[in-house]
Design a protein around this ligand. Structure first.
Ligand code: ADP
Length: 581
C-alpha cells in the first residue's frame, strides 16, 4: 500500500543509527509494554468467571496480579516514551541542520530564485511536522501496531474461526482509511503550498511596506493579501471537510464490524466451541484493540501530512549546488595580489554571453575603477572573482593561480567584498566585524581603526559590544558602511572588491566613509565599481565596460584626453551632479 514516494521517511532511518543503543532500550520497554496486554487478557479470562463463582480470595488475588501487571506496563510505557523521544527529536534536528548546510551551498543564481518566506516556512513548520510525525511513529504507531499484532495473534490462538471473520473485515477498514489518507495528503499538500505562498508574500510585503505606503498602494496589497488568505482558507477547509467525513465513515464501519463479531461470538458459544473464560479474554481483547486501531488510523493521516512536508523539505536538496572544489586544489599561501584575466567569457544562460573575452591585468597594490552603464557586467565580474560563478572559457589568475583550481573558501578569505548595500546579522558590532572568523579583540579594533570606525564605535556606551539590530537599523548608513569596510579588511585580504554605495550620504558621513575607504585600499589590490568621480580620478586604471566588453581603459587624464566613452560618461555625470546640487 506504500507508494514509492512514501519511501521518504525510510530515507531518514540511517540518521537513527547513532542512537541505536537508546532505541534498543526503548524497544525493549516497548516489548514489555505490549506483552503486558497478553497477560492482562489471560487474567481477564480467569477473572470474569471467578466473579460469578463468588470466590472472593481468588478474585482479590487476580485483582492484585492485575494491579502488578498494570504497574509494570505503565513503567515500561514511561521508559518507552522517554527513551524514544530523544532519538526522534535528534533525527529531525539533524535533518534541519543537513538541509541548512545544503542551503548554504546552493548556487547563488538558484538561491535568488527561492522565496525567503517560503524557505523559512519549510525549515520551521514543515520540519516541525516531520519531527512530530517521526516522534509519533516511533513512540506511538510502532507500539500500537505491535499491540494490534500481538492481541490479534492471541485471539487467533483462542478461536481462529471467529478471528478469521474479524480479519476479513479488516481490509475493508484499511482500504477505506487509505482511500481517505491519499485524499487528505493531496489536500494537505495544497494547503501547505498556500501557507508557503502566504509566507513568501508576507516576506515581500514586510520588506516593501515603506514603498507600498509611499505609493499609497495599501488597498492593492490588502486585496492581494486577502485573496491569498482566502485561497489558503479554501484549501484548509477542503482538508477539514475530508477529515470530518472520514471519522464517521470509518467509525461506522468499525461499529458494524463489532456487532457482527458479537453475533458470531454468540453463535460460537451456542455451538460449544468457545468457553465463557475464552469469551472473556476474547472480548477484552477486542476492547484492547480499539485504542491501537484508533492510534494507527489517526497517525496514518498525520503520516501522510508529514510525507507532504518531508517532500517539500527534500526539494531543497534538489537545488543546484555550488561546484565542488577540485580534488587536487592548490593550497594558497600569502598573496601579493597580482590579478590577471585572460579572455574571460561568461554567460548565465545558454544564450547571449554577459562577458565577451575580458582581458585585464592588475598589478599588486593597484586600484582599478570599473565604470559603465548598469547591466554592463560589472557585478558579474565580481561574482567571478569570488567564484560565485566560473567562467566558461578563459581564465582568471590570482598571483598566477587559476581561480578554478583553488578551494573556494580559501580564495574567499583573500578576496573581501564591501557590497553596495551592507547587511549585518543581529549581534554585537565586534561579532559583525569578525563575521565568524577567529580574530583577537586587538585585530578587530585594528580593522575598525583602518575603516575609520573605531571612534564612533567607542562613542557608544557599550562600545564594541553594542548590539546591532536586524540589518543594522540602529546605526546610520555611513556607520554601517564603515563597519562593512572593517569587516572586509579584517584578515588582511589581498584583493578588495568594492561596490560603491550609490545612495547619497550627507557630505560629512561621505567624507568619513572616504577616509575609511582610502585607508582600507592602501597596499591592496582594489577593484571598485565606481560611482563617485573622486574614486575614479584617483584610480591607477579606469576600465569602461559596456555590454560585457571593455571599450576604454587608461588613467583619468588619458581617457579624458582621448575623448571616448569615458569622457561622455564623465560629462554626463558632471551635468547630473550640477543639476542635483
Ligand atoms: P552591472 O553590475 O554592470 O549593472 P550585471 O553584472 O549585474 O551588470 O549584469 C550584467 C548582465 O547580466 C545583465 O544583462 C543582467 O541582466 C544579467 N544578469 C545578472 N545577473 C544574472 C543572473 N543571476 N541570471 C541571469 N542573468 C543575470
Amino acid at each position: 500500500m506504500l507508494k514509492p514516494s512514501q519511501a521518504g521517511f525510510r530515507r531518514l532511518l540511517p540518521l537513527l543509527r547513532p542512537h541505536l543503543r537508546q532505541l534498543i532500550a526503548g524497544f525493549a520497554c516497548m516489548l514489555v509494554y505490549v506483552s503486558s496486554f497478553l497477560l492482562l487478557l489471560n487474567l481477564a479470562g480467569d477473572l470474569f468467571p471467578s466473579l460469578s463463582s463468588r470466590d472472593l480470595p481468588r478474585v482479590i488475588n487476580l485483582i492484585l496480579q492485575g494491579v502488578a501487571i498494570f504497574a509494570v506496563q505503565k513503567l515500561a510505557q514511561f521508559g518507552m516514551d522517554s527513551l524514544l523521544a530523544g532519538p526522534a527529536l535528534l533525527v529531525s534536528q539533524q535533518l534541519r541542520s543537513d538541509l541548512f548546510r545544503r542551503l548554504q551551498t546552493v548556487e547563488l543564481g538558484a538561491l535568488e530564485k527561492l522565496s525567503a518566506g517560503d524557505l523559512t516556512y519549510r525549515l520551521t513548520e514543515d520540519a516541525d511536522r516531520v519531527s512530530e510525525v517521526l516522534y509519533k511513529s516511533i513512540h506511538d504507531t510502532v507500539p500500537s501496531a505491535l499491540q494490534l499484532i500481538a492481541v490479534l495473534g492471541y485471539m487467533l490462538w483462542l478461536d481462529w474461526k471467529l478471528t478469521g471473520a474479524i480479519v476479513l473485515l479488516a481490509p475493508v477498514i484499511v482500504w477505506l482509511i487509505s482511500l481517505f489518507g491519499a485524499r487528505v495528503m493531496a489536500a494537505t499538500e495544497r494547503s501547505q503550498k498556500k501557507v508557503s505562498e502566504l509566507a513568501g508574500l508576507l516576506g515581500e510585503a514586510i520588506d516593501g511596506l515603506p514603498l507600498v505606503r509611499a505609493f499609497a498602494a495599501e488597498p492593492w496589497l490588502q486585496q492581494r493579501f486577502e485573496s491569498e488568505i482566502d485561497q489558503h482558507r479554501r484549501a484548509r477547509h477542503r482538508t477539514y471537510s475530508l477529515v470530518a467525513l472520514q471519522h464517521p465513515v470509518v467509525g461506522m464501519i468499525e461499529v458494524v464490524g463489532l456487532f457482527s463479531v458479537l453475533g458470531l461470538a454468540a453463535w460460537r458459544i451456542q455451538s460449544g466451541d468457545l468457553s465463557i473464560a475464552g469469551l472473556s479474554s476474547y472480548l477484552t481483547g477486542l476492547v484492547v484493540l480499539i485504542d491501537p486501531i484508533a492510534h494507527v488510523t489517526n497517525n496514518f493521516n498525520e503520516f501522510q501530512q508529514g510525507q507532504a512536508s518531508l517532500r517539500r523539505l527534500r526539494q531543497i536538496e534538489r537545488e543546484p549546488q555550488e561546484p565542488a572544489d577540485p580534488s587536487d586544489a592548490v593550497p594558497l599561501g600569502a598573496l601579493r595580489g597580482d590579478l590577471k584575466l585572460e579572455n574571460v567569457v561568461f554567460s548565465y544562460t545558454a544564450n547571449e554571453p554577459v562577458l565577451h573575452g575580458i582581458d585585464l591585468e592588475i598589478r599588486a597594490g593597484q586600484v582599478v575603477a570599473l565604470v559603465g552603464p548598469s547591466g554592463a557586467g560589472k557585478s558579474t565580474l565580481f561574482s567571478l572573482l569570488l567564484r560565485f560563478n566560473t567562467c566558461q572559457s578563459g581564465q582568471i589568475l590570482l598571483d598566477g593561480h587559476d581561480l578554478s583550481r583553488l578551494r573556494a573558501r580559501e580564495l574567499r578569505r583573500q578576496v573581501a567584498l564591501v557590497p553596495q548595500r551592507t547587511t549585518v546579522f543581529s549581534g554585537s558590532i565586534a561579532e559583525a566585524i569578525r563575521f565568524g572568523r577567529s580574530a583577537s579583540d586587538a585585530e578587530v579594533i585594528e580593522a575598525a581603526r583602518l575603516a575609520n570606525a573605531d571612534a564612533f564605535i567607542r562613542s557608544f556606551p557599550r562600545g564594541y559590544d553594542t548590539l546591532l539590530e536586524e540589518r543594522g537599523s540602529n546605526v546610520s548608513g555611513g556607520q554601517l558602511q564603515r563597519i562593512a569596510i572593517a569587516r572586509a579588511v579584517l584578515g588582511n585580504p589581498a584583493l578588495l572588491l568594492l561596490d560603491e554605495a550609490t545612495s547619497a550620504l550627507d557630505a560629512e558621513a561621505e567624507a568619513a566613509v572616504q577616509v575609511g575607504l582610502r585607508r582600507a585600499m592602501a597596499d591592496r589590490t582594489v577593484l571598485v565599481i565606481a560611482h563617485r568621480l573622486a574614486t575614479v580620478q584617483e584610480a591607477d586604471q579606469i576600465v569602461v565596460l559596456e555590454k560585457g566588453s571593455i571599450v576604454d581603459r587608461g588613467s583619468h587624464d588619458q581617457l579624458m584626453h582621448q575623448g571616448g566613452r569615458y569622457r561622455e560618461l564623465c560629462e554626463r555625470q558632471f551635468i547630473r551632479d550640477l543639476q542635483n546640487r
